[in-house]
Design a protein around this ligand. Structure first.
Ligand code: NOJ
Length: 761
């Protein structure tokens, strides 16, 4: 399958430390963890359970603890805690999610193991998307590091904190490929490319789960949202997905598969339909493919009321029908609707659902609880003291600062405006994100807080020699003008030598249900930028955003632009590290910045069409929009450093690659600048003629290399037949002899160095 090839390829071609990890003995352990052991006592237990108790083990609810995180995040959820405790005693609940910490977990777990008939422990779940208390960059930002090992490390710290606070099961990683920047949830995922997304999915699973499921420093990962949630039409959240099986397999399914191959033992069904069948009721997806073809042994949970939503989809006639369809399709556990505990017992009694199938699902869930060590010690992750003592340790914050600065992408740096001097210049920090502890952690954080995060102003003041050299002015709210705000900002710019313009999206503008029809800066901020630009002062734009944006006017034309996303707890320090040169930026875009919103969905690995129109020539009757070619302003893989990088000396080991052989391609990468740099060297291919048309380019490998000033290195990659596979006419992995282009380049649309080879039979 394509995905095992990704692992092998990554290991061979050195896609960084993640590749080494994928090939390591520790990974072998994790693969063993991908197997679900069902111990004998689980079978005995299932034999003693009533139908109601079985359905209870398959019913997960938002925590009802007063003021609990879940109630706040998912408003219609119940906040009657005594009722939830009673359901626990009655064996009507398998666990809760997004509850509030170890104290709550202790009360509930005590009710489960002391007061319920069968004493089955609860499982505590949560959305620990990019950190528990110490918040790391949003996942999309972190993917910009092109360093999967970094994601493994941040996931490990997240698990350490969260598992210390009573959480057994994490609703992450989110593995949805997102190729339409209007979609708000791209911020939670791995970007537009399936290889990059797969490496990060696997790394995150490794970090969350570790190599010992019973460890109280790790928890169970959940690969979500299965499947193709990110392919929603028009980028509208929850919308229909209508997709060919080939694209599904070649693009969208790969990161999920990588997550399962890394050992994830749970999956979450997605809200969307796929070509007419809701994922939650999709037997082909959840059973034939996931279990049959891929051999997944864990359990599947619905998304929040996903089963019930099949009624609105027009796929189920009522709640009973929805429960039956979801369960028979392969959803083992229902989240939040309560439909399973309401209807499964009766569906079994009526013969519509075989009891053996029910038993299988219950066994999976109990086996997962067993693997997590909950039967041995139901309180193993519940400890109020540990919850506090593990929270936000200096070493965790150090990882947050490192991951923050590695997530920043330098889009533009005319005249080497960056890095800024630490002394001798007055700097005006202007914009809604210049100061204040807001919009720092990102849109999807349950337990962390902006209040514990470092603002831009704080980070900048700590980095400069003279605190009085900084003046901070808001200028505009995110989506609203401030009366007199622009005048104040212009005055501040005039009094300064350099402007740092901190503008972009608030954290509420991306995330679940936050799709945008137009991915530009809100008008009041654009107006602010235009006015400040008129002062003629050099401007460094520091963008805050949960997606790739369409930059316009003075923002696009600013001499320096940094894409900084939402960086979490250490935001201000991480940005200051890059602004003042303590760190030379090494991030690369995981999602293309288009010229205009209307190009969406724009992604680099598109097809050529019969009438391509490469930039910059605009021809009639060609695939272009009026006035612009269909290229990116800043493509996938783009990012500058403080060095001066050049690619030369393309070399290939031979003109042809036999089916059973390998070919080596290399380029010399030189830093002729005055500062050290980390360059992400990328390998792309294009299959010129196929029985199925192929994308203009596909990323096949990358390597991050550190180059001192004046240093040059030959970077070598190896390609094998398996790297050239695609899903052919019959939707099966196919490889065809013929000519391939190969590029070693600094981005998906940069020429870099280029050559060709023949794949021979
Ligand atoms: C709905 C979201 O789609 C999913 O990602 C999340 O895990 C659940 N809510 C639970 O919070």
């Amino acid at each position: 399958m394509l995905d095992t090839r990704i692992s092998r390829r990554a290991a061979l071609m050195g896609a960084g430390a993640a590749a080494a990890w994928l090939a390591s003995p520790a990974r072998a352990l994790l693969q063993a963890a991908g197997r679900m052991e069902v111990p004998g006592f689980v079978n005995d237990l299932v034999g003693r359970m009533t139908l109601e108790e079985k359905a209870g083990q398959l019913s997960l609810m938002a925590s009802a603890w007063g003021g609990g995180a879940a109630a706040a995040l998912n408003p219609p959820s119940d906040s009657n805690f005594p009722k939830q405790l009673e359901e626990t005693r009655q064996g009507q609940l398998t666990g809760v999610f997004n509850g509030n910490g170890a104290r709550m977990a202790r009360i509930m777990q005590t009710a489960a193991v002391k007061e319920s008939r069968l004493k089955i422990p609860l499982i505590f779940a949560a959305d620990i998307i990019h950190g528990h208390r110490t918040i790391f960059p949003v996942p999309l930002a972190e993917v910009s590091s092109f360093e999967p090992e970094l994601a493994r490390r941040t996931a490990e710290v997240a698990a350490f904190e969260a598992a210390g606070a009573g959480i057994d099961w994490n609703f992450a990683p989110m593995c949805d490929v997102a190729r339409d920047q209007r979609w708000g949830r791209g911020v939670e995922g791995g970007g537009e490319d399936p290889l990059l997304g797969s490496l990060f999915a696997a790394a995150r699973v490794h970090g969350f789960q570790g190599s010992d499921f019973k460890s109280n420093e790790h928890f169970l990962a959940c690969v979500k949202h299965f499947a193709a949630y990110g392919a929603a039409e028009a980028g509208l959240d929850y919308n229909t997905v209508d997709i060919s099986e080939r694209t599904l397999r070649e693009v969208y399914l790969r990161p999920y598969k990588a997550g399962f191959d890394a050992g994830a033992l749970s999956a979450m069904a997605s809200f969307n339909e796929i070509s007419g069948i809701p994922a939650t009721g999709n037997h082909w997806l959840l059973t034939d493919l996931l279990r049959g073809e891929w051999g997944f042994q864990g359990f599947v949970v619905s998304d929040y009321t996903g089963d019930e939503e099949m009624i609105k989809h027009g796929y189920a006639k009522d709640g009973r029908d929805a429960a039956r369809i979801a369960f028979l399709a392969g959803v083992d556990m229902s989240m939040q609707s309560g439909l399973y505990r309401m209807y499964l017992p009766d569906l079994v009694r009526s013969g519509e659902v075989p009891e053996a199938t029910l038993n299988t699902s219950v066994r999976r869930v109990l086996a997962a609880k067993h693997m997590l060590g909950l039967f041995e010690d139901p309180f193993r992750r519940i400890d109020e003291k540990r919850e506090k003592s593990r929270s936000m340790l200096p070493r965790s914050r150090a990882v947050a600062r490192e991951s923050g600065r590695k997530s920043i992408v330098l889009l533009k740096n005319e005249g080497d405006l960056l890095p800024l001097p630490r002394s001798g210049k007055k700097i005006a920090l202007i914009g809604p994100f210049a100061s204040g502890q807001h919009d720092l952690v990102g849109p999807w954080v349950v337990y962390g807080s902006d209040a514990n995060a470092v603002s831009l102003e704080t980070g900048v003041r700590a980095a400069v020699a003279d605190k009085n050299s900084i003046i901070a002015v808001e200028g505009s709210k995110v989506e609203q003008a401030i009366p007199g705000g622009i005048d104040q900002a212009v005055a501040a710019a005039q009094a300064a030598d350099i402007v740092v313009l901190a503008i972009g999206e608030s954290q509420g503008m991306s995330g679940e249900a936050q799709s945008r029809a137009d991915i530009v800066l809100p008008k009041p901020q654009q107006d602010l930028a235009e006015a400040v630009a008129k002062t003629g002062k050099p401007i460094v734009v520091v963008l805050k955003h949960g997606r790739a944006l369409a930059l316009e006017g003075a923002v696009k034309d600013a001499p320096a632009i940094l894409a900084t996303w939402f960086l979490g707890t250490e935001t201000g320090n991480s940005i200051a590290d890059v602004l003042f040169g303590a760190y030379s930026p090494s991030g690369r875009l995981p999602a293309s910045f288009p010229h205009l919103s209307g190009q969406q969905p724009y992604f680099y690995a598109h097809k050529t069409t019969g009438r391509p129109n490469p930039d910059p020539k605009l021809d009639d009757y060609k695939a272009r929009f009026r006035g612009i070619t269909n290229t990116a302003l800043y493509p996938f893989g783009h990012g500058l450093t403080y060095g001066k990088i050049a690619y030369s000396d393309f070399a290939i080991s031979g003109p042809s690659l036999p089916m059973t052989g390998e070919i080596s391609v290399s380029a010399r990468v030189t830093n002729s600048g005055k500062r050290a740099a980390e360059e992400v060297v990328q390998l792309y291919i294009h299959d010129r003629v196929g029985s199925v048309t192929r994308p203009v380019r596909e990323l096949k490998a990358f390597r991050k290399v550190k180059l001192e000033p004046g240093q040059s290195e030959v970077v070598r990659f190896t390609l094998k037949r398996d790297d050239l596979l695609f899903y052919g006419v019959a939707n099966t992995p196919t490889v065809e002899p013929g000519t391939f282009d190969v590029w070693i380049a600094p981005s998906a649309e940069a020429e870099g160095v280029h050559g060709t080879f023949e794949l021979t039979a």
